[in-house]
Each structure stands twice: as structure tokens, then as C-alpha cells.
Write a protein that binds this ligand. Structure first.
Ligand code: ZN
Length: 260
């Protein structure tokens, strides 16, 4: 299923901002502790620690440090995965004969944020044109943070994951949505929101009309061949491809005199 990222600006009140900052500090602490553990194991015993080794210790950490609980298991796992990716990138560059920088400890102030890798532990509610509320955390301690932004993918778009970031004192929520094939037009690839009750797809953009399930099946088929782009649905080449070929023909005469 096709994925689209939408970013919302968050407006936490002072108390919520303090709490979010505290969460970032804890995520950063976990990242650094996990990095230290990997370095120690390698230096002292010449062994390497895997992502799964570290993931399996998370429940014990939460017993010792209950303040980690409200961050959510999957968000904590995601931080360990982020460290694991940093190591994978490091070893890949070593293997390629490059001299990469070793994964580094991070400063809490510069730690950009954290990520919920699936729809658990948060909910985004859209109110009309540009208002939204982001609910994160669980139970009575959950925060409902005011947000601004809008996605145009209709009710058929299902939230997949959430990244909370902090940049220059401002907060953002990036949500990846999975757009259902039934909400897309197989004729022109535009989003055409429709409720489950609407059994016929009628595209206001290109006029393509088909039975709902038939249109969705065509979308899946097109997407399987050209993921995310809908190229097969377009009679003409994509504008980006057109721009590229035009620029090549333009650049050729311009660069030729340089070599002469
Ligand atoms: Zn269409």
C-alpha cells in the first residue's frame, strides 16, 4: 500500500513541551547507554551485541526505571533500531574500504526526536480544514497536543507511523499514511476520497468511471509495476521525466564549448 508523509506543526503548552523534552532526554539516554554497551562488549570481550540482545533488556530497564514506561515499547525499540542502523552503516563503509566515523554519543539538547514505528501509542485527529489534535501516551496521562496541518487523503488513509521532532524550539509531528487503493483513481492517480458506501468510482479529475473494486484492483496492479508513481496510469510521461530530458538537451550545447 502506498505511503505518504504529512507533517503537522505542534503547539504544546508549557507543561506538554517540558514533558516532551523529558521524553527526548530519556530516548537520548537510552541511545547513549545502548551505544556504550556495544562499545564495552567489543573492547572488553571482543563480542558484538545485536539489536535483539538490546531489545530483550528493555523490560528489565523499565522495571528499574519506570519513567521509561510511558514512552511506549515500540518507540523504545525504534531508538535501538536507529542505533543498529548507525552500526550497519558504519560496517558497510568499513567493508567498502572507506574510513567512516564510529557511531557517536549524542547530546540530549541536539537529539532531534523519537518515532512510533506503528499506530500504537498515539492518535491524530483532524478537525476540519487545518486544525488537528495529536494524542500521545496512554491512559489518563496521555497528552492531547494542539496541531496545525492537513492531509488530503481522506478517511481512507490509515496512519502508519509517527515521528516527533524538535527543531529550534519548535515541535513537529510527521505522520506516514497508507493510502488505500480504493481512494485512488486508476485513470489519473489522483486521490479521490470516498466512503465505503460509495460503490462506484467517479473521478472528478479525469472522468474515469469504474466499479469501486475494479478501480482499486487496477490501482494495485499499476502500483505493483511502478510503486508509488502510478506511471502506467498516465498517458504522458511524468513531468519530472520530461523536465530531465529537456534539461539534458539544453545542457549539452552549453557544456560543449568548455571542453574546447
Ligand atoms: Zn482520475
Amino acid at each position: 500500500m502506498e505511503r505518504r508523509k504529512v507533517t503537522f506543526k505542534l503547539y504544546p503548552n508549557a507543561r506538554e513541551a517540558t514533558r516532551l523534552t523529558g521524553w527526548i532526554r530519556l530516548h537520548c539516554e537510552l541511545y547513549n547507554a545502548a551505544l556504550e554497551e556495544r562499545i564495552d562488549a567489543y573492547r572488553k570481550h571482543g563480542t558484538s551485541i545485536s539489536y535483539y540482545d538490546q531489545q530483550n533488556v528493555l523490560p528489565a530497564i523499565k522495571v528499574d526505571r519506570p519513567e521509561f514506561v510511558e514512552l511506549g515499547s515500540h518507540a523504545l525499540q525504534q531508538i535501538l533500531r536507529k542505533l543498529d542502523l548507525a552500526f550497519q552503516a558504519f560496517f558497510r563503509r568499513v567493508k567498502a574500504g572507506q574510513t567512516p566515523g564510529f557511531p557517536r554519543f549524542k547530546a540530549s539538547k541536539r537529539f532531534s526526536g523519537f518515532c512510533y514505528p506503528d499506530p500504537a501509542g498515539w492518535k491524530l485527529m483532524q478537525h476540519g480544514a487545518s486544525g488537528a489534535t495529536l494524542r500521545i501516551g496512554s491512559g489518563k496521562d496521555a497528552m492531547s497536543i494542539r496541531a496545525r496541518g492537513q492531509h488530503r487523503f481522506g478517511d481512507g488513509a490509515k496512519p502508519n507511523d509517527l515521528t516527533i521532532t524538535r527543531r529550534n524550539g519548535e515541535w513537529f509531528a510527521s505522520v506516514t499514511l497508507r493510502v488505500r487503493p480504493s481512494q485512488r483513481c486508476a485513470g489519473c492517480w489522483e486521490i479521490v476520497p470516498k466512503t465505503l458506501a460509495q460503490r462506484t468510482h467517479v473521478c472528478p479529475h479525469c472522468g474515469h468511471t469504474a466499479q469501486r473494486d475494479q478501480n482499486a484492483a487496477s490501482v494495485v496492479l499499476i502500483d505493483a509495476h511502478t510503486p508509488g508513481t502510478g506511471v502506467a496510469a498516465r498517458p504522458k510521461p511524468l513531468s519530472r521525466q520530461r523536465a530531465k530530458s529537456t534539461s539534458v538537451t539544453r545542457e549539452t550545447p552549453a557544456t560543449a564549448p568548455k571542453g574546447v
